[in-house]
Design a protein around this ligand. Structure first.
Ligand code: NAD
Length: 488
């Protein structure tokens, strides 16, 4: 059985406890690897390694750091197939998605920040002083030192690399805690870090549970900043530890994203995109459009076509090339999603399950996998729990609206504010509604279009801080003002 160990100071090492956790392949429900069950002792060793690598890495010329990141991006591309397969086995997502989205984006993250660090600029202000003197104020942005990076299971290596790349490009060293549910791709990254020439101790990976390894990382006094992506409840819990220690915090949390469809759209274009937004990665993308609001005039026609398109999704073994919809990530998550399907029924919703009562046509190896076909729920008010709470699975609600005001009110009527999509051909309406939607990202006539230069993040219960582009680099630096007075 494959062993997933920690990666500390450039070496693969067992956890101090010598204990292991089971790692399941979600498509089969079978244990396929075992994972180091790390705790505070492993975090202490990893932080010490990061601290000792920090002064040299922080002074390494940006051009040199950049070259190493470019090399790493190339190695990820070289190993694309192996990484995509590992990601698919680890998560249950279709291998085609891992190959075309997750892993290429990991390489892009490293390449993007390799370039960004060479372009980074800073501000300078000239200040007039009495008696003709003047001062120049300039902002020096310096690495923080050791930072803690904690990531979830849905896009495991992509989201982790989006933290590692800006952190180390900016001259920090880091300790990463990947999700214990999907630890494999972070493990594979270890050897690539060595091969790319990332010096030992610059990136350390401690595997294991959030309640042990994760919380010890957040509480470690030498870790000056925490970048976390995960659930809102976890994010607020770890903020209770980090905030009194005055750590810098970036929290990328949950979402319940609206998808607004106005009555002037071409349904041939919109329906496939609404299916994509609702069900990519089995609905386990924080940005999924899980609440569809559609203009009443086209509601019935939309629902008919949407249901037919969802029904046609090819549900199957994630490792099969033709699969469009794989398994959920874990037995616990499947149970959570199914409890929400029951809730939707109790709340009076009409529940459509793709495939109906027919047994899924899965290969024998998937007989005990965590499969849940896509679900569409109609007939529920926007205030009910099904429409308010993050399910993070293949459950999409469809609700009609009668006016733009009503659509905006329903879209904004949750505690979350991660992203929103709107579909219209009316350019004035597009700008007007985009301005009124309370979300960190608003997509108009598209979904999941990403440009790494733009800030990314949520508002309300979806998080604080911004990742991506300049904002990400700045999060991982301390700004110092240098003020030089001189007589004029
Ligand atoms: P989670 O909050 O359960 O876990 C995330 C990470 O935190 C894991 O590595 C876990 O081990 C660790 N963790 C758990 N308890 C901890 C603690 N007390 N201290 C420190 N670390 C701890 O989330 P998940 O179930 O892995 O991921 C799903 C959630 O992530 C969803 O809510 C989803 O919306 C969110 N998400 C958000 C974004 C975004 O960009 N906003 C992106 C992807 C996923």
């Amino acid at each position: 059985m494959q062993q997933i160990t920690n990666f500390i100071a450039g070496r693969f090492v067992e956890a101090a406890s010598t204990a292991w956790l089971d790692v399941f392949e979600p498509a089969t429900g079978q244990v396929y690897a075992r994972l180091a069950d790390s705790d505070e002792r492993d975090i202490n060793v990893a932080v010490a390694a990061a601290e000792s690598a920090s002064p040299v890495w922080g002074r390494t010329p940006a051009a040199e750091r950049s070259k190493i990141l470019v090399r790493l991006a190339g190695l990820i591309e070289r190993d694309l197939e192996a990484l995509a397969r590992a990601e698919s086995i680890d998560t249950g997502k279709p291998i085609r998605l891992a190959r075309t989205m997750d892993i290429p984006r990991v390489a892009e993250n490293f390449r993007f920040f390799a370039g960004a660090i060479l372009q980074a600029s800073t501000e300078m202000h000239r200040t007039d002083l009495p008696a003709g003197a003047a001062a120049l104020n300039y902002t020096l942005r310096q690495p923080i030192g050791v930072v803690g990076l904690i990531s979830p299971w849905n896009l495991p290596l992509y989201l982790l690399s989006w933290k590692i790349a800006p952190a180390i490009a900016a001259g920090n060293t880091c300790v990463c805690k990947p999700s214990e549910v999907t630890p494999m791709t972070a493990h594979l990254l270890g050897s690539l870090l060595n091969e790319a020439g990332v010096p030992p101790g610059v990136v350390n990976i401690v595997q294991g549970l959030g309640s042990k390894a994760g919380s010890a990382l957040v509480a470690h006094p030498s870790v000056k900043a925490i970048s976390f992506t995960g659930g809102t409840a976890t994010g607020t819990a770890l903020a209770r530890t980090a905030a009194p220690m005055l750590k810098k915090l970036s929290l990328e949390l949950g979402g319940k994203n609206p998808n607004l469809i106005f009555d002037d759209v071409d349904l041939d274009e919109v329906v496939p995109q609404a299916v994509r937004a609702g069900f990519t990665n089995q609905g386990q993308v924080c940005l999924c459009g899980s609440r569809i609001f559609v203009a009443r005039r086209i509601h019935d026609e939309f629902l008919k076509r949407f249901t037919a398109a969802v029904q046609a999704l090819n549900i199957g073994d994630p490792l099969d090339e033709s699969t469009e919809f794989g398994s959920l990530v874990s037995a616990a998550h499947l149970a959570k999603v199914q409890s929400y399907i029951e809730l939707a029924k109790q709340e009076g919703g009409k529940v459509f399950v793709a495939g109906g009562d027919r047994a899924l046509a899965l290969p024998a190896r998937c007989a005990r996998g965590y499969f849940q076909p896509p679900v569409i729920v109609t007939g529920l008010p926007p205030t009910c729990r099904t429409q308010q709470e993050e399910i993070f699975g293949p459950v999409v609600t469809v609700t009609p609206f009668d006016s733009e005001d009503e659509a905006v009110a329903m879209a904004n009527g949750t505690a979350y504010g991660l992203s929103a999509s709107l579909w219209t051909r009316d350019i004035s309406r597009a700008h007007r509604v985009a301005e009124r939607l309370h979300a960190g990202t608003v997509w108009v006539n598209c979904w999941l279009v990403r440009d790494l230069r733009v800030p990314f993040g949520g508002v309300k219960q979806s998080g604080i801080g911004r990742e991506g582009g300049e904002e990400a680099m700045r999060f991982f630096t301390e700004a110092k003002n240098v003020c030089i007075r001189y007589p004029n």
